[in-house]
Design a protein around this ligand. Structure first.
Ligand code: SF4
Ligand code: FE
Length: 487
């Protein structure tokens, strides 16, 4: 099958029999549900742009296993050029959707598994990499969206998996059979889960010998028997049920996260990519995290939208020439481009792993994501500063459209005389959406916790820096230790 377009992707989702729950009820029609559909639209754009000649270079790649053209989201990076294009693709989609477009998690999982399956085989003589490459071919040839599932709910954080009162707080094997394994547990905050054809799991932390039943990685079709999805709420989510009013802020796109429950789910052996090799859990977690931390270039794309909205509202209000507004716009751009620099740099400094896959520079990827836990909040603060209080006191679109009171809102909420009042209100709603509403989940809270919370990056930074070497340099220059060029 060739690469799908947006419509084909949507139709492929309609064939899935997902067990999805929201507001205490089963969602019978997931694709057309008004709260879920904007997130499907965002993933659909990853399919649509792959068919546009102007985006072909970023959105597609040549498969290293089949030699055929594939969507870049299904590709294994073959050089640093691929990694740089991945960063650029993330920014492009962030700026086009103004939200989380979800598909990167699966791409990052595939790349991390390409490395770890190879390394496990090299040590233990297993056949995980062969299985993985067969699975990758299936994903590429069917142009699938994969949900990369790492984070378990984890229960008591002071206890390892095997000591939890309820063993299902971490995903684990409950039965080994001749034809495969049976697993139970959960994965939480799963981005794009109900827009995915496949779920690929990984352990969430380093596992020790006692936790070997939890050291598993596998792939299952998203509608496999025993899997339940419970949708997470987002602030202002029910505005999407009010029709296509300007109160939505973003008229087309959104993201979603779900709790994914595995209740005695069967996985055939040819879809198992790690089974009790607990000594490879750290590698898999760290490599996935590094790839996904690079992926946060998406936020510089969303930042482009927010900066554009801030400049526009300043113009609609007639304050665009005030020196402090100009300075704030420069500050927002500086912060946003710094995020982009981080993602580009860890890609450009990538290296080849033993299996041939290119991995980002892990230290730089962590530094980059650490900035992402801060800068979007600063950019959002400046956008709210420029927008003014009206963003949060504005009456509803229904009031604006009312034949009785709409005239008052049009009269009193006008800004510059040549700007339609509605444009001003729409722009304010977009800023609200990005900094307080449904898209703030992706732009802010996900920037904080997605791909690991700030402390996770600080731990990686502390592990990866060579502090002794820095001390040696200092000591040499001040004459404490003899160096090459001291006289
Ligand atoms: Fe991709 Fe960004 Fe969403 Fe993560 S937050 S899935 S990197 S768009
Ligand atoms: Fe994420």
């Amino acid at each position: 099958m060739a690469m799908m377009n947006a419509k084909q992707y949507e139709e492929s989702l309609r064939k899935l029999k997902l067990n999805v729950w929201m507001f205490g009820k089963r969602v019978e029609n997931v694709v057309d549900d008004p709260i879920i559909r904007p997130s499907m639209n965002a993933v659909a754009l990853t399919y649509e742009l792959a068919h546009r000649p102007e985006h072909e270079d970023l959105m597609t790649a040549t498969s290293h296993i089949t030699g055929k053209k594939t969507n870049r989201f299904c590709h294994i990076h073959q050089n640093t050029g691929d990694l740089v294009k991945k960063t650029k693709m993330g920014r492009l989609l962030g700026m086009r959707t103004g939200c989380c477009f979800q598909r990167c998690v699966g791409m990052d999982t595939l790349n991390a598994l390409s490395i770890t399956t190879y390394n496990i085989d090299a040590k233990y003589g297993t056949e995980y990499n062969k299985r993985f490459l067969k699975y990758l071919k299936y994903v590429q040839e069917n142009d699938l969206t994969c949900c990369g599932a790492m984070t378990d709910t984890k229960g008591d954080r002071s206890l390892p998996p095997h000591k939890q009162k309820d063993p299902d707080l971490f995903l684990h094997v409950v039965e080994e059979r001749p034809d495969g394994i049976v697993v139970s547990g959960n994965k939480n905050h799963q981005t794009g889960a109900v827009n995915s054809h496949e779920i690929i799991t990984m352990p969430t932390i380093t596992m020790r010998k006692e936790d070997k039943d939890y050291a598993i990685s596998f792939a299952v079709p998203s509608d496999t028997k025993g899997i339940t999805y419970i949708m997470g709420r987002q602030s202002c989510d029910t505005r999407k049920t009010e029709g296509m009013t300007m109160d939505r802020g973003n008229m087309h796109y959104g993201g979603h996260e779900a709790l994914v429950i595995f209740d005695k789910v069967f996985v055939p052996w040819d879809r198992v990519f790690m089974y009790k090799e607990y000594d490879f859990t750290t590698e898999l977690v760290e490599n996935f995290a590094a790839y996904h931390r690079q992926s946060y270039a998406c936020k510089s794309g969303v930042g482009d939208v927010l900066i554009g909205a801030a400049q526009s509202i300043a113009e609609y209000n007639g304050v665009e020439n005030a020196s402090h507004i100009k300075d704030k716009i420069v500050e927002m751009n500086h912060l946003n481009e710094t995020l982009y620099c981080g993602s580009i740099s860890c890609a450009a400094e990538g290296h080849k792993e033993a299996c041939g896959t290119y991995l980002v520079d892990v230290l730089l990827a962590n530094v980059s994501k650490h900035n992402v836990t801060r800068f979007p909040y600063l950019i959002a603060r400046l956008a709210q500063d420029i927008a003014g209080g009206l963003m949060v006191t504005l009456p509803s679109a229904a009031d604006f459209d009312s034949p009785d009171i709409g005239k008052w809102l049009k009269k009193f909420y006008q800004g510059k005389a040549d700007v339609p009042t509605e444009h001003r209100l729409r722009m304010l709603r977009l800023i609200e959406n990005l900094t307080l509403g449904t898209a703030a989940v992706g732009y802010l809270a996900e920037s904080m916790h997605g791909a690991g919370s700030p402390q996770a990056q600080r731990i990686m930074i502390s592990r990866r820096i060579n502090i002794k070497e820095k001390q040696r340099l200092a000591k040499e220059l001040c004459g404490i230790e003899k160096g090459d060029h001291l006289s």
